[in-house]
Design a protein around this ligand. Structure first.
Ligand SMILES: C[S@@+](CC[C@H](N)C(=O)[O-])C[C@H]1O[C@@H](n2cnc3c(N)ncnc32)[C@H](O)[C@@H]1O
Length: 417
């Protein structure tokens, strides 16, 4: 039964689109939104009347914020992951590319004469189990890069270089390539693994400089992106957002808890530890669905059948699922009053499988917002050809028992009545 109408629209797949334009190229992140989705939502589904303020309550790497700034729209983003906030900030900052290039030349000129005796900070205790994850050569070279960034950067442009280094600290570690979770490479891969730390860093900085140049050219400098760390599940700080302040939300929330779906914290842990950010170890538990729950805080008809099925099949999995859904529900409830009348919310969600059954999170999203004064406009179903996500998952956590998941994404669009 279709509770909220869906349309399948091939146009939204953006199969051949360049998803790394502008500052979108800066840093990978799990389950990134395709910039073209945010861009098209802003242009085709902007609310009637003004569009002065866009909010992304799960901003991740800041895709929506970058797209808002390209259109000269002010934005607010929040995320509990400090690395995501750093990405969002760096990606929406108009650094002087001339100054960045000058600083980069200074750093490069030192790299040529690298000698490990020049490395001043050789204490890696902040990085858990560092000898298990890094070679000595990588540790010293990474430390040297951080030293050069400290030496040559101004306070204003330091984060630009640290963000490039952030990708390198992950890529030169012994973690398995192409995975978000922390798995060490096997012995055979380790034998062949000999990353060129400096080359990787230089490649990333050059790529990011190109992104910055095109961003500076095309994004107006007269909009402001503000980044926060509030958790909309717990409430919205009134000093940041008053009732009716927001014209539009464009966001892609997690589609389940980090433990059984996408491990944002594990992915970010390398950089969080290197840079000494808070919550490096326990971030995943702090994100939506971090704790199991015994009772549903919501009433639902649109996913009732699925929840009952999971409850009968596996009570532990059910408690995990509702732990997430409770948080998600509270977040939507708290966000509803800060959207102005006529304002739009656009939620890009995934419908995950649990115990072999798909939970239609798009219905739950539409149902919940309708409860709080919104009217469903449409749900657009799009294929996700180039999103880094597992195409299959183990619904029972039994190795080998795989069912397809997340081949579609659902863009749920509502307006406030
Ligand atoms: C699907 S990702 C967003 C990706 C983003 N659209 C992008 O393009 O990079 C979901 C984000 O929600 C964040 N998150 C999870 N629970 C949160 C919470 N309670 N409050 C704020 N952010 C949260 C995660 O840290 C993650 O960055």
């Amino acid at each position: 039964m279709e509770f909220f109408s869906r349309i399948i629209d091939d146009r939204w797949s953006f199969k051949t689109a360049n998803t790394k334009e502008y500052t979108h190229c800066y840093h990978t992140y799990p389950a990134m939104m395709i910039p073209q989705v945010a861009r098209t939502l802003i242009s085709e589904y902007k609310p009637e009347g003004q569009l002065n303020l866009l909010l992304d309550p799960y901003m991740g790497s800041g895709t929506s914020l970058v797209e808002a700034s390209l259109k000269g729209i002010d934005s607010i983003g929040t995320d509990l992951n400090p690395l995501a906030r750093m990405m969002g900030k760096v990606k929406t900052t108009h650094y002087s590319d001339v100054e960045i290039e000058r600083t980069f030349r200074d750093i490069q000129s030192e790299l040529v004469f690298y000698d490990d005796s020049k490395v001043s900070n050789r204490n890696f205790d902040r990085i858990s189990n560092y000898t298990f994850w890094y070679s000595e050569d990588s540790l010293l070279k990474l430390s040297f890069l951080q030293q050069l960034i400290d030496t040559y950067c101004t306070d204003a442009n330091k984060d630009f270089f640290l963000l490039a280094l952030s990708e390198v600290v992950r890529e030169v570690s012994f973690t398995r390539n192409g995975e978000f979770k922390r798995y060490r490479m096997n012995a055979k891969s380790l034998e062949k693994f000999n990353p060129d730390t400096f080359k990787l860093f230089e490649t990333k900085v050059l790529r990011n400089i190109n992104g910055l140049i095109s961003y500076n050219k095309d994004a107006t400098n007269n909009s402001v992106a503000r980044i926060f760390s509030f958790n909309s599940t717990l409430g919205i700080p009134s000093d940041i957002l008053e009732e009716n302040a927001v014209d539009m939300i464009v966001t892609s929330p997690p589609y389940g808890d980090s433990h059984t779906t996408v491990a944002y914290g594990q992915f970010s842990r390398w950089a969080l530890e290197w840079f000494g950010f808070d919550n490096a170890k326990d971030l995943d538990r702090k994100l939506m669905g971090g704790d199991k729950a015994d009772n549903e805080l919501f009433k639902t008809y649109s996913i009732r059948k699925e929840l009952d099925y999971i409850k009968d099949a596996d009570i532990k999995r059910y408690k995990e699922v509702i732990g997430f859904l409770n948080d998600y529900y509270l977040s939507m409830k708290n966000l509803s009053p800060i959207i102005r009348q006529g304002g739009r919310v656009c939620y890009v969600v995934g419908n995950r499988n649990v115990k072999g059954i798909q939970i239609p999170l798009d219905y739950f999203t539409a149902e919940t917002f309708e409860k709080f004064g919104f009217k469903h406009d449409i749900t657009i179903v799009r294929e996700i050809p180039n999103k880094r996500m597992p195409g299959k998952t183990s619904p029972t956590n039994v190795a080998g028992a795989l069912v397809p998941t997340m081949s579609n994404e659902y863009i749920v669009i509502l307006h406030k009545e």
